[in-house]
Ligand binder design. Structure first.
Ligand code: COI
Length: 355
C-alpha cells in the first residue's frame, strides 16, 4: 500500500494551528488528515490519506460488541532546525503486528504501517508543534468492522491512523505524581491480553483509575492477577525503580506487561548513566520495604505519552511509601528527550527523519 499524499490537500489556517499549538493539551485536537485502509478476504487494500472526520460504522460492527481492537502510540518531534523526526517507528510497527496476532486481527505488514505513519506525518508536518515538551502524537489503530453479532474473529477490518499535537501528558508536567496501588482489581489476567496493546486492557484499568483519583493519585499500579504479589504495570505505563546499588529495575515481559518502547529505550540508555538495567519479577513488598529503608531510591512511570514521570509516593489502604529522590529519573528523562528533540547524538539510530 502507498498511502499517497493527496494532490490538493486543504489545511486549517496556519494562525489557527499556531493558536491550538500554544497549549494543545493531550489528545484534544486532531490534524487535518488521517490514514485509512480496509481488510477483507482479498487482503489489505483501499489505502488512502483523507481529510480527518467521522468514520461511518454499522451499529452491528464487531468492535462495538466484542472489542476486537488494537492501537499504537508514537510521536513526531520538531528539531531546532525545523525538521520533523519519528522516534523508533519500526518498534511500534512490530508491536502492532504482535498485538494483531493476539487479538485475532490481520497483521498490517511493517512496511504498510511505516508508509501510513510517515506519509501522514509528512502531510500534516505543519501541525508538529515546536514548543518545550511538545510533539505530534500519532495514533494508529485497527478495529473489526464486520456487521455480525456471532462471536468469532471478524472477516472485515479497518486500519486508521490519526494525529494529535500534544504537550505534557500530566497537568503537573514533570512534578512527581502519587500512585495508588491496586490489589483488589486486575488489569489483565495471566495468559490474557497484557502484552497486546488493545483497548480492553485500558478499559479494564479505568475503574481502578477512578478509585485512584478519589485517593488523590494520578495513576494506579496493578499487581499480578493471580496473587497480587508482584508489581506489573500502571494504568497505561511501565513501572521502574532505581536501587541504592544503581540498578534500573523493571518487571520482566512475563506476558502481562506491555513491551513499552520507552521502557526498552530507558533500559538501553541506563549504562551510559551508570545504571545496570535489570528485568525481573519485582515483589510489591520489596518496593515498599525498599522505599522505607532507602534500598529503593527512586520510582517512576514511563510511556510514549508521558515520557518519564517521577513517582512521589506509592499509596494503598495501609499507608504511604515515599520516594524522596528523583535525580536519576530526571537524568534518564533528559537523556531520552535530548535524543528525541535532536539535542544529543542518536547512538542507537532511533530517530527517522520524515520532513
Ligand atoms: C503511552 O504512554 O503511550 C500510553 O500507552 C498511554 C496512552 C494510552 C495515552
Amino acid at each position: 500500500m502507498t498511502f499517497d499524499i493527496p494532490k490538493d490537500p486543504t489545511f486549517l489556517g496556519d494562525d489557527v494551528i499556531a493558536e491550538i499549538n500554544i497549549d494543545p493539551g493531550f489528545g484534544e485536537y486532531f490534524t487535518d488528515h488521517m490514514a485509512l485502509a480496509d481488510y477483507d478476504e482479498t487482503g489489505w487494500h483501499n489505502d488512502r490519506l483523507v481529510p480527518y472526520g467521522a468514520i461511518p460504522m454499522d451499529p452491528a460492527g464487531a468492535v462495538f460488541h466484542y472489542a476486537q481492537e488494537i492501537f499504537e502510540g508514537l510521536k513526531a518531534y520538531r528539531h531546532a532546525d525545523g525538521s520533523v523526526w519519528l522516534f523508533r517507528p519500526h518498534s511500534n510497527a512490530v508491536r502492532f503486528m504482535n498485538s494483531a496476532r493476539r487479538m485475532a486481527l490481520p497483521e498490517l505488514p511493517e512496511e504498510d504501517f511505516m508508509t501510513s505513519v510517515v506519509n501522514l506525518a509528512k502531510l500534516d508536518a505543519r501541525w508538529v508543534p515546536g514548543g518545550d515538551e511538545q510533539s505530534l502524537y500519532l495514533r494508529p489503530f485497527m478495529m473489526a468492522n464486520e456487521s455480525f453479532l456471532g462471536v468469532r474473529a471478524a472477516k472485515t477490518v479497518m486500519y486508521c491512523c490519526i494525529a494529535s499535537p500534544v504537550g505534557a501528558y500530566f497537568n503537573s508536567g514533570v512534578q512527581p505524581v502519587d500512585i495508588w496501588v491496586v490489589q483488589e482489581m486486575s488489569r489483565v489476567a495471566q495468559d490474557g491480553t497484557g502484552s497486546a496493546k488493545c483497548g480492553g486492557n485500558y478499559a479494564a484499568s479505568l475503574l481502578a483509575g477512578e478509585v485512584g483519583y478519589q485517593k488523590g493519585c494520578s495513576q494506579v499500579l496493578f499487581t499480578d492477577a493471580t496473587n497480587h504479589t508482584y508489581v506489573e504495570e500502571l494504568g497505561g505505563m511501565n513501572f521502574f525503580m532505581v536501587t541504592a546499588k544503581n540498578e534500573l529495575v523493571t518487571p520482566d515481559l512475563n506476558g502481562n506487561v506491555l513491551a513499552g518502547v520507552t521502557r526498552d529505550s530507558l533500559l538501553a540508555l541506563a549504562p551510559s548513566l551508570g545504571l545496570t538495567p535489570v528485568e525481573r519479577p519485582i515483589k510489591l513488598s520489596e518496593v515498599y520495604e525498599g522505599l522505607d529503608s532507602g534500598d529503593v531510591k527512586e520510582v517512576f512511570a514511563c510511556g510514549t505519552a508521558a515520557v518519564v514521570g517521577p513517582i512521589g509516593a506509592l499509596k494503598d489502604e495501609n499507608g504511604t511509601h515515599l520516594a524522596s529522590e528523583h535525580a536519576k529519573t530526571l537524568e534518564l528523562r533528559q537523556a531520552l528527550c535530548d535524543i528525541q528533540w535532536g539535542r544529543a547524538a542518536d547512538p542507537f539510530n532511533w530517530m527517522m527523519r520524515v520532513a
